[in-house]
Design a protein. Structure first.
Length: 353
């Protein structure tokens, strides 16, 4: 995996990095480079980047995939490097998580692409750090740093869970979310339209025994709705462990924990077996950039995970060029709905001739 521009900016300043270092949500394999000269830990919330670091041989005992960091994983860091996330509330979550782990006098580095809003995020460092300032800028990226000179507020995971009641497509239930999860704290318009369409669909007569996969589960709203509608057990998949935790919290809040199995997976890599129904509001961003590769890879491999005559339902922003990819993957597709900037597509595993 080539280093992205943010890591290239870090590399320009790596002579300053020494001692015990934690990378929070790294976006490539740069932590491995630094581990050759320092004691480096990596905390990933993305299965994609966790897998990338694992493949290149990053130390297993210092590589973690989890929604929250525990002190048992490591503490007393000299430096903590945070990559600017797309969601500002996730940055607040990460900073609150890692500040207690930093030594007195240690530094937090914040690095990000200019388009990510990193410049305005520098102010967020001042909540728990002193002497915050710009370290460097290059390749349309910025690097900021601040020093820990005062005690940090203990991190309490439960304080970051957002819970609310949601009514949609004939159902009412409790939803739970965490910072950085898609649709955090509210109903995404496309998801609402999607569930309205699913509510009109005629499912198989013995649907309670069907296998159903929610790809890109987010806070679990589609998965829970499908469970309530069908009575079938649901497999919920996401690249983000924050999303998987939110889905587990959502099912628990509705006394349905036994009805869901969560899988952390880059695309469908970790999926085994075939499903009667696959439902998805697939991600189309990598950071701040539109990225077709996630959905395209999903569409081209989902056929291997649909039963004979198995059905795929997709909701997407209307500008995304999914129809030709769907046709290439399944032979044909139907557009069930197009309005308000969204399209909903239906595809089926073709019967063998």
């Amino acid at each position: 995996m080539n280093l992205n521009s943010t890591s290239q900016l870090l590399a320009r300043n790596e002579d300053e990095l020494s001692g015990k270092i934690l990378f929070a949500n790294p976006e490539d394999t740069y932590p491995l480079d630094i581990s050759r000269k320092a004691d480096v830990y990596a905390w990933c919330q993305s299965k994609t980047f966790y897998d990338a670091l694992s493949r290149v041989g990053f130390a297993e005992d210092k590589l973690f995939l989890s929604e929250q960091w525990t002190t048992e994983n490591g503490s007393d860091f000299d430096y903590i490097v945070v990559y600017q996330p797309k969601a500002k509330e996730l940055l607040d979550y990460l900073l609150a998580s890692v500040l207690p782990l930093l030594k007195e006098g240690g530094q937090i580095w914040l690095v990000g692409d200019n388009k990510s809003g990193v410049k305005s995020s520098a102010k967020r460092l001042e909540v728990g750090l002193d002497d915050v300032g710009k370290v460097d800028g290059a390749k349309h990226c910025l690097l900021y740093a601040g020093y820990k000179r005062r005690p940090a507020k203990p991190f309490v995971f439960e304080d970051w869970i957002v819970t609310w009641q949601q009514e949609v497509a004939g159902q009412s239930f409790t939803l739970c979310s965490l910072p950085g999860v898609f649709g955090h704290g509210k109903l995404d318009k496309g998801t609402g339209l999607f569930l309205d369409q699913l509510n009109e669909h005629r499912f198989m007569s013995d649907v309670a025994s069907a296998r159903i996969l929610d790809f890109g589960c987010g806070d679990g709203i589609i998965a829970l709705w499908m469970y309530n509608k069908t009575g079938a057990r649901i497999t919920a998949l996401d690249d983000s462990v924050l999303a998987l935790k939110a889905t587990e919290l959502t099912f628990a809040a509705n006394q349905a924990s036994d009805a869901v199995t969560t899988i952390a997976s880059n695309g469908l890599n970790e999926v085994k077996g075939r499903f009667n129904y696959v439902v998805t509001n697939p991600p189309f961003h990598t950071g701040v950039n539109t990225d077709y590769s996630i959905a395209e890879s999903f569409f081209m491999t989902v056929k291997q995970h649909l039963t004979l005559n198995g059905e795929l339902f997709v909701v997407a922003n209307d500008f995304l060029r999914y129809p030709p990819i769907l046709d290439a993957a399944l032979g044909s597709h139907t557009r069930l709905f197009r309005d308000k900037g969204y399209s909903i597509y239906h595809g089926r595993q073709p019967k063998k001739r």
